[in-house]
Unconditional design. Structure first.
Length: 435
């Protein structure tokens, strides 16, 4: 209840459809086609207002399969809308956002359970409550975006992985495969988890003392990830007539963050978006995916001296604030509905709690990770992994969202540890006073 109440209240307050041409609006559109049984496609030729006439180049892509956005979130929203058709609730923005609220509340419960398995009820209680009311984790549930779904799946995978203490003899393969399946669903929503088994391999190499066991366990997790990723990649490759992975936005993301002239933040300007004028959208999608990767690699190789500064710029844009969920809820400036002073208060609440949590993580992170329990190290590595992956692309505050729950677990442990130390100090002073 502690988690769902603030999310439901926030959703009720901003029960508004997405405005403008942006990710939330497109997710709503694509999910409609999925719910109607048309598949993951571009607007068909009979879609109202989509085309200007027979000469519109977009008509060549009408009804064509799309692979730009990972399918996990629009498919989930489409399934929710189809369920509404069956069980009698409307296809409303409110129901979509409420689903995000439920995903966020489930994540709070899983954070409580994760901290409980690693520590005790005190740390678990602090972590669960902090995540339940953490402003940015609440704000994003008021958007039609994939953050809440992805983070729930990511935390579920970690919970399955860290449920029991690790033994030197290894982890049972059914447990590892289940972790892979959860990561597979997460990767279908956002591709950043695809390489996480490589992190696990390094940890298992030291924990088990056997490279064969570490490699076997990593491959089992990757096998679970492949369950959804491989069939969807085959679908994309057949649809576009060329080899395609789970999505086609890799080239754009690499190019935006790495072309010569990039400043580390998201932009729609520069040579990443040149040279495809006049092509139908489904061809632009493939061309930009291919050429964007080439531009990024070429510019990184030809201008390596700029990379330290560029990575620092990406890190800044990734971490500098935590109130962007408000901006997203207002359709990125297309639907200002929150009064100015109230927006400032909400932003202050988000950023102040975010900065305080970050300071706790910095202060106690090393002590948290360096323990006899390898699972605590994995929590820290998972947190750092979520922050490191965007640095290969470009920085945006939205991208640190899935790292926050793990930061909360670390911060909760630091809070309880400091409280215990304070209590021990007070008892020592009282004992000395009695001498």
């Amino acid at each position: 209840m502690t988690a769902i109440i603030p999310r439901a209240a926030w959703i009720a307050y901003n029960d508004r459809p997405p405005q403008g041409l942006n990710d939330p609006a497109l997710y709503m559109l694509f999910s409609e086609f999925i719910a109607d049984g048309k598949g993951y496609i571009r607007p068909p030729a009979d879609f109202p207002g989509a085309y200007t006439g027979p000469g519109d180049p977009n008509l060549a892509s009408a009804g064509h399969e799309i692979a730009y956005y990972p399918v996990g979130y629009p498919a989930t929203v489409g399934a929710l809308k189809k369920a509404g058709d069956i069980f009698g609730w409307e296809r409303s923005t409110f129901s979509v956002k409420l689903a995000n609220g439920v995903f966020g509340a489930i994540t709070s419960v899983m954070i409580f359970l994760l901290a409980l398995r690693l520590f005790d009820r005190r740390v678990a209680g602090v972590a669960g409550v902090l995540h339940a009311v953490f402003p940015s984790q609440v704000y994003y549930t008021g958007t039609v975006l994939s953050e809440a779904l992805f983070t729930m799946l990511w935390v579920a995978a970690l919970l399955a992985l860290l449920w029991n203490p690790w033994k030197r003899s290894g982890i049972p393969w059914p447990q590892l495969f289940a972790v892979g399946l959860l990561l597979s669903a997460a990767t279908m929503t956002r591709g950043i988890t695809l390489m996480f088994p490589a992190v696990l391999f390094v940890a298992w190499l030291f924990q088990t003392g056997s490279w064969k066991r570490a490699l076997t366990q990593s491959l089992i997790v990757w096998a679970g990830i492949a369950v959804l990723i491989v069939p969807w990649s085959v679908r994309n490759s057949l649809a576009f007539g060329t080899l395609v992975g789970p999505s086609t936005n890799l080239g754009d993301d690499l190019c935006i963050g790495n072309y010569y002239g990039a400043q580390g933040a998201f932009t729609l300007e520069g040579k990443c978006f040149e040279g495809t004028e006049g092509l139908p959208p489904h061809e632009v999608e493939i061309e930009r995916n291919r050429e964007g990767a080439k531009i990024a690699i070429k510019d990184v190789v030809n201008h390596p001296a700029r990379m330290p500064k560029l990575v620092a710029q990406k890190a800044y844009w990734l971490l500098y604030k935590d109130d962007d969920g408000i901006w997203a809820a207002e359709s990125y400036g297309n639907d200002y509905f929150i009064p100015g002073f109230r927006r400032e208060v909400l932003a202050f609440a988000a950023n102040s709690i975010y900065y305080a949590t970050g300071l706790l993580v910095i202060a106690g992170g090393l002590a948290f990770a360096l323990s006899r329990d390898w699972r605590r190290l994995i929590v820290m590595l998972g947190f750092l992994y979520c922050l490191a992956i965007p640095l290969a692309f470009f920085g945006d505050p939205r991208f640190h969202f899935p790292a926050i729950p793990l930061a909360i677990v670390i911060a909760a442990w630091v809070i309880v540890s400091l409280w215990d130390r304070r209590g021990a100090g007070a008892r020592t002073m009282a004992a000395e006073a009695l001498v």
